[in-house]
Design a protein around this ligand. Sequence first.
Ligand SMILES: [Zn+2]
Length: 141
Amino acid sequence: MIRRPQPVPTELTRGFWDAAARRVLSIQRCRNCGQRFHPPVPVCSRCHCEKLRFDPVSGLGTIYAYTVMTEALVPGFAAGIPLVVAAVELDEQEGLVVVSNLVDFGGTEVPIGARVEVAFEELPDGGGTLPQFRFRDELIA
Ligand SMILES: [Zn+2]
């Protein structure tokens, strides 16, 4: 069976993946001005400081945009089709968007602005921990 591609941490992204392994959503933040970045960057684009670190965030956000994969064009995704890929704007900062899958959801119509929370999935064979999102409980009813 072909597996889904697994995360390959780099020097720049290792803090994100190490935190995910502890089931913590951690986003890079400038130690000088406080601006948060995702995906991680080598230098703050706001103040040009190179001192950035990963800080935990709440894992809460809203659906900013989404798309639905209806064909497994990449090997390993067949079992998850249809797969909702969502851009989630985190509560901590306007415009701070994380793109991941929307899980525990069988539909394909996603309300923009819906509240979501991070949900961690352990990948098989020690492949890492994948931060994804699911609807907040209070909105499923
Ligand atoms: Zn900065």
